[in-house]
Write a new protein. Structure first.
Length: 325
């Protein structure tokens, strides 16, 4: 079989993605060559492809993958040939059958975690660990609003927050997706329009509002999220699925109740091998305990990556999506 990768030469919609044949690389010092079993699809991939997050062109794409180490370069001690590994957030290029990568970014997989589960959950799982833990510092008894609660990211957040003992108000794009969020552990599951959401949240919280909003939708949900927060509440904006959030004056945070706002990235919370390893252990423990169930809602062939992007952007996916080489 010919090895290949997916690249794009100009920003745009999914049709800019193209296949490029490659030769399996030789690892340089500090590198390992990973042959992929499965590749994770994430919304950030569409941001890179569209130009929302500019990259140097032409560019590979994809930041998450799982597979087997095929070769190691000089000085590599972290992994050896034959190890099953996963990685995320350590450079683009996972949309490929095989690639060389800095070995420090690889995490060995425990026996209980298969490659597809790892690729479906690693980036989202480390992000959930960051959003709920290091960034959100969610505590038992708090009330948290989660947007896009039936998607790959939202479904992990709902389960993680529920396991902590906080109340989850889930919002999804349809009644069917809201029902799925409820089945995952949401205490309340809504599918109302955004312009009705804050009123519903106030009703459910006896007028108080929520302690934290975790919002990956962006532009469409921005006002509803801010209006749903209690005084001194925390707004975590981590994605732009509906477009970038509008410009606003910091004075708006005061007017809405001395709110806090953060726009985090997982890389700043797992920026060392030790931090990444600790976050991975928390994720794997959650999965092994059964508190976090990973749903692979759909798979696509790697060669059909453009179709996967179209489905994701049209909100036609549930759970996580995996590309298979």
């Amino acid at each position: 079989m010919t090895d290949y990768r997916i690249i794009f030469r100009t920003p745009g919609d999914a049709q800019v993605l193209e296949r490029e044949d490659i030769v399996a690389p030789t690892p340089g010092p500090g590198e390992a060559v990973v042959r992929h079993d499965a590749i994770g699809l994430n919304y950030i991939d569409t941001y890179h492809r569209s130009g929302l997050y500019p990259v140097t062109l032409p560019s590979p794409i994809g930041g998450e993958g799982a597979g087997v180490v095929e070769a190691v370069g000089e000085g590599v001690k972290q992994v050896q040939v034959g190890d099953r590994v996963v990685y995320a957030g350590v450079g683009m290029g996972s949309y490929s059958t095989v690639r060389a990568i800095n070995a420090e970014g690889l995490v060995k997989l425990p026996d209980a975690i298969d490659g597809r589960t790892a690729a479906a959950s690693f980036l989202k799982g480390l992000t959930a660990d960051m959003l709920v833990g290091g960034c959100g510092k969610v505590q038992p008894g708090q009330t948290i609003l989660v947007h896009a609660a039936a998607g790959g990211m939202g479904s992990l957040l709902v389960q993680w927050i529920h396991a902590i003992g906080a109340t989850v108000i889930a919002h999804a794009g349809s009644a069917e997706k809201a029902a799925k969020a409820r089945a995952l552990g949401a205490d309340h599951a809504l599918s109302c329009p955004f312009d009705e959401l804050a009123a519903e949240v106030r009703r459910l919280t006896n007028g108080h509002g929520v302690d934290t909003v975790i919002d990956g939708v962006g532009k469409a949900s921005w006002d509803a999220s801010l209006d749903s927060l209690a005084k001194r509440g925390l707004m975590i904006s981590y994605g732009n699925a509906s477009g970038a959030v509008p410009s606003f004056a910091p004075l708006e945070l005061m007017r809405r109740g001395s709110l806090f706002l953060t726009r985090p990235t997982m890389g700043d919370y797992s920026d060392t091998p030790a931090d990444r390893g600790a976050a991975a252990k928390r994720l794997f423990d959650m999965i092994a305990s059964g508190k976090l169930k990973i749903e692979i809602g759909q798979t696509f062939a790697l060669a059909d990556a453009a179709d996967a992007h179209r489905a994701l952007e049209a909100r036609q996916t549930t759970g996580s999506t995996v590309l298979l080489p």
